[in-house]
Design a protein around this ligand. Structure first.
Ligand code: MLT
Ligand code: ZN
Length: 475
């Protein structure tokens, strides 16, 4: 248990406002956003400078006390929730919230790790540039968490994951050492790329305190289509055609099943599902010389000729485009309203998405034909949110537990058997660490464990997340 001397020292470092101990104020930091895991902590620490984070980590290492970094607390895998021991401190990044610089010619944005993603997007926009990271949670998630989980989102097929957008990083190591790698370079072949270790590490190797992000020219023109799919459309072929015929201007290619659509448009709105679901496709461009509306129309014409669409609606005005995106982006809220879902964040190679839908569907039906699926996601990058709705009247936590133990392994086996994964963009956190150990190549898992031991020899960084030291190494 952290002693009172340590708490007093933390108050000296952070001031009264930087150390929360009032149980009412602590509560929101101690539960994950899906309300699946509840932890405990002696205090929530709220540093307002990198130097304060360094001082916290020095003290934590000295006292061998666990520190759980937390940004916007929007993790899907309880990656930022302390355990129930009451011995781990939460280190909230929320007061590290300054946009440090926007550099229009370098096309970079330098930010503190506690900046809300939406604010980072707005800072880029004010300079006529665009941060191509688009997530449902962008109004609340913070850059440190986006980096910690290597978040993906709605435009990965064009711009990549967070990992592809981080040029520079500032990190505090568990012993308080500062790694200042806040570079803006596109090219820098000078040894190991240390930065990549911390991206997707979920705060298990150090605390990310700042980042330099890559920007692109602002896409001032967008052309968006809502494709009501015919039955049994070969989605990988459709994706390949649309990419080819639009000269790869596709920034989003999202799949929505009729059941997911019904969760947000129960009033039977004008945007309907086809027999095979919906593809929401968007092209974007920063050029006023490129007729992307015509390009999209041409590509959609070919989709219709192939017999893949029952109808195609091309957004004629921004309000219509916004409505298409509102539907897509509020599906998770629709699931919540329904009573919740058990989420499976599957990714398979692009060519196998339809195979997964078929085999996954068969596995669910064989387990319990009454189960309802809500399937949607970023099919353009191979990522499907393959969720099972909690049946009305069932206890959400008990149902989640049962499905996670009994059915999820079948789905993950199918995905992994196709060369896919059990976590495409939601991370590992505390909920999927057993899956990581189970599915990772033994050599890779050994390296993960080795890196953890190297960076964090005393096990103070987000203990219990991602790499679980209590799980033995496979032979
Ligand atoms: C999304 O794509 O909407 C999210 O990653 C999935 C979710 O919120 O369940
Ligand atoms: Zn997603």
């Amino acid at each position: 248990m952290p002693d009172t001397a340590m708490l007093a020292r933390l108050r000296e470092i952070l001031g009264e406002a930087g150390v929360l101990t009032d149980p009412d104020r602590l509560a929101i930091y101690l539960v994950d956003q899906r309300d699946l895991v509840r932890g405990a902590a002696p205090a929530v620490l709220r540093p307002s400078s990198t130097e304060q984070v360094m001082a916290i980590m020095r003290l934590a290492s000295e006292h061998r006390v666990g520190i759980v970094p937390q940004a916007g607390n929007t993790s899907y895998c309880a990656g930022a929730t302390p355990d129930g021991s009451g011995e781990q401190f939460v280190l909230s990044l929320e007061r590290l919230d300054k946009v440090r610089a926007v550099d229009a010619l370098d096309a970079t944005l330098s930010v503190d790790a506690g900046v809300i993603l939406k604010h980072a997007q707005e800072a880029a926009e004010a300079a006529g540039l665009y941060l191509p990271l688009s997530l449902g949670s962008e109004g609340t998630c913070r850059i440190g968490g986006v980096i910690g989980t290597n978040a993906g989102g709605l435009s990965v097929l064009r711009y990549g994951m967070t990992r592809d957008l981080v040029l520079g990083l500032e990190v505090v190591l568990p012993d308080g050492t500062l790694v200042n790698d806040m570079r803006k370079l596109r090219k820098n072949n000078t040894g190991y790329d240390i930065r990549q270790n911390f991206i997707g590490a979920e705060g298990t190797l150090g605390v990310v305190t700042g980042a330099v992000l890559k920007l692109i020219p602002m896409p001032t023109r967008r052309a968006t289509a809502w494709v009501e799919l015919a039955p049994d459309v070969p989605l990988p072929e459709m994706l390949a055609l649309v990419r080819r015929e639009t000269s790869d201007l596709v920034s989003s290619f999202e799949f929505i099943t009729a059941r997911s659509l019904a969760l947000v448009a129960a009033d039977g709105g004008r945007l309907k599902s086809g027999s095979g679901g919906v593809i929401l496709v968007e092209l974007s461009s920063s050029s006023k010389h490129l007729p992307i509306e015509e390009v999209l129309e041409g590509a959609m014409g070919e989709v219709v000729e192939q017999g893949w669409a029952e109808d195609v609606i091309i957004a004629q005005a921004e309000a219509q485009r916004a409505e298409m995106w509102r539907i897509r982006e509020t599906i998770p809220e629709g699931e919540k309203r329904f009573g919740g879902s058990v989420k499976h964040d599957i990714s398979v190679p692009l060519g196998r998405t339809v195979d997964f839908l078929k085999e996954g569907g068969a596995a669910v039906a064989a387990y319990d034909p009454s189960f309802e699926l809500s399937v949607y996601g970023h099919v353009g990058d191979g990522n499907l949110h393959y969720n099972i709705l909690v049946p009305p009247g069932e206890d959400r936590l008990a149902f989640t537990d049962r499905v996670t133990r009994e059915l999820a392994p079948r789905l993950y086996d199918i995905a992994v058997g196709m060369g896919g994964t059990f976590s495409a963009e939601h991370g590992v956190g505390r909920l999927k660490r057993g899956l990581l150990q189970h599915y990772a190549d033994p050599g890779r898992y050994r390296v993960l464990r080795g890196l953890k031991g190297l960076f964090d020899p005393h096990g103070v960084m987000n203990p219990g997340a991602m790499v679980d030291p209590s799980i033995g190494l496979p032979d």
